[in-house]
Design a protein around this ligand. Structure first.
Ligand SMILES: N[C@@H](CCC(=O)N[C@@H](CS)C(=O)NCC(=O)O)C(=O)O
Length: 239
């Protein structure tokens, strides 16, 4: 009997990296984990790029399905939801609504907040400050937070009052509003949704896997973690 688990997850402690961890912890699925170390550029190593042609995390390999590889965090959540029959409604309309909010995160919340974070926490910290880009991405991120807040009024979760992969994907990004310097003031429905997901034991476990990075949430030694993070991507920032 093999000791290997079905799912082998390659990830790191980032907003995209936590998405499959949140799913697997919530679903109670055991998995093997490889921590991809950005400081060693392991996400660009030839063997890893064979799995993830984008050279980024996360990636999963499903050993129970002929080593089927899935990259792109939204596709990974979708695959896991179908495989384990969890966190994706079976009703076609509710399923479509879930995928709509998942795409909203993949195409909007993630890229906008990611760039807001990049220009402030990496580019600016490595001597390349671009106020126009920062304003553009912070304003657009705030607008998206307002869309979420309006949608969440009177609801516990994004779709059908049921915790789904759309919540998992959106939470890991939106909850890191501190790191993007995006205000969530005056957005009570969004904040209540954060509290609801913060309180889930699986969320708390997931945010420490592979290791915690509390600075994303404004906790701990933010300055030291910010420096560590900025240094990892120093070579990418051209003056
Ligand atoms: N669209 C991809 C984005 C993946 C992505 O950007 N991952 C980041 C961490 S959140 C990464 O691997 N960064 C390392 C690098 O840029 O070299 C997904 O959702 O999986």
């Amino acid at each position: 009997m093999s000791l290997q688990k079905d799912i082998h997850l390659y990830t790191a402690s980032t907003m995209n990296g936590w998405k499959p961890v949140v799913f697997l912890e919530e679903a109670g699925v055991e998995y093997d984990l490889t921590h991809i170390d950005f400081s060693k550029n392991e996400q660009k190593a030839p063997d890893y790029v064979k799995l993830n042609p984008n050279g980024r995390i996360p990636t999963i390999v499903d050993r129970a399905n002929n080593d089927f590889v899935v990259f792109e965090s939204g596709a990974i959540l979708w695959y896991l939801a179908e495989k384990y029959g969890k966190f994706l409604p079976s009703d076609p309309d509710e399923k479509s609504r879930t995928l709509q909010w998942l795409m909203f995160q993949m195409g909007g919340v993630g890229p906008m907040m990611g760039q807001a974070m990049y220009f402030q926490r990496i580019a600016a910290k490595n001597g390349n400050e671009d106020p126009f880009a920062i304003k553009r991405y912070v304003d657009e991120s705030r607008r998206l937070m307002e869309v979420l807040d309006t949608h969440l009024e009177g609801k516990d979760f994004l779709v059908n009052n049921e915790y789904t992969i759309a919540d998992m994907a959106t939470y890991t990004w939106a909850r890191a509003y501190y790191w993007a310097n995006v205000s969530v003031d005056g957005l009570p429905h969004l904040q209540a949704w954060f509290d609801r997901i913060d309180d889930r034991p699986a969320t708390q476990r997931a945010l420490e896997i592979p290791k915690p990075f509390w600075a994303f949430f404004g906790k701990g030694d933010v300055e030291a973690q910010e420096r560590e993070n900025a240094d990892r991507f120093k070579q990418d920032v051209k003056k």
